[in-house]
Design a protein around this ligand. Structure first.
Ligand code: ZN
Length: 291
């Protein structure tokens, strides 16, 4: 099954909903970073949150970065999503597995810990905009909903789900983001929240073959309108040119040290693990160009 994001609106046009299935996307992140279960759950949920936010809020050529800065064992998690619904991300500690919770679920809250959730939007203006809220739950979905409600004044509900197989591969990844627009009545919002509270567990529903369109109908009602259906993917946009530009921002003395002592440099992309080698001559050329 391919990964895709569905945008839908309720019949009164006052509720906006995005639903997503993203198993391949999270599996790609798992393979690139060799994540163990708790790291997969934290990175996977944050990746899905990033794509949902991008789908809800970005227009052409814009991007946003979600930073989950908790003090738990997984460490900081960073995800960048673009308006074309591609996303990349990493966790500081990819080899974290924790004892399961009583209900058998991955203990995401403990893996994340206490701290801050930050969302930075680069909308092509001079300065990117950053909003920050404390981590209130650690389960990530509630934290993203809290961020939207507090920082962007958009009353929201978010669900994020990752199922990790016993061999650490990703069995299922899905989610939704509901946003109430200014015209939404209290009655409409409360009846929708009630439907969300009565949803089946996302993991088992998607493992059983549920599709994002079906989830949209369960949340908004069968008379909701599906507006679009778009592919989503894990994609890193790094290149040797990008790392050349990064090296050019270093101090001359740092570049000279790399040339003299290391006779070259190797840089690894945090987001995808690709390695970029620079020879002594390439470093010298960067140094000459700077002057
Ligand atoms: Zn990369």
């Amino acid at each position: 099954m391919t990964d895709y994001l569905v945008k839908a609106i309720d019949k009164t046009k006052n509720l906006r909903l995005l639903t997503i299935t993203a198993k391949n996307l999270v599996q790609e992140a798992h393979l690139r970073h060799d994540t163990w279960s708790a790291s997969s759950a934290v990175l996977g949920r944050t990746l899905i949150a990033g794509v949902l936010l991008a789908g809800a809020e970005l227009t052409e050529k814009e991007e946003l970065t979600v930073r989950l800065l908790g003090d738990g064992p997984v460490g900081p998690t960073v995800v960048t999503a673009k308006s074309d619904l591609t996303v990349k991300g990493y966790v500081k500690n990819s080899h974290i597995a924790l004892p399961p919770k009583e209900n058998g679920h991955i203990d995401v809250k403990t893996a994340v810990g206490q701290g801050w959730l930050e969302v930075t939007k680069d909308l092509g203006l001079k300065k990117p905009y950053t909003g920050q809220v404390p981590i209130v739950s650690g389960e990530i979905a509630e934290d993203v909903a809290y961020y939207l409600t507090k920082s962007e004044q958009i009353p929201s509900a978010v669900g994020l789900s990752i199922f990790v197989n016993p061999n650490n591969s990703i069995g299922e990844a899905s989610g939704f983001m509901l946003q109430a627009l200014p015209g939404a009545s209290d009655k409409l919002v409360s009846s929708t929240i009630e439907r969300i509270n009565n949803l089946p567990a996302l993991s088992s529903a998607f493992l059983d073959g549920m599709k994002p369109e079906e989830l949209a109908k369960l949340i908004l009602g069968s008379d909701c309108k599906i507006l679009s259906k778009d592919d989503v993917a894990y994609k890193c946009d790094c290149s040797k040119k990008k790392y050349t530009n990064i090296l050019a921002t270093l101090k001359n003395s740092q570049l000279q040290e790399m040339i003299k002592e290391d006779h070259g440099a190797e840089l690894t992309c945090n987001f995808c693990g690709n390695k970029y080698q620079f020879t002594e001559n390439e470093l010298k050329a960067i140094l000459v160009k700077k002057q």
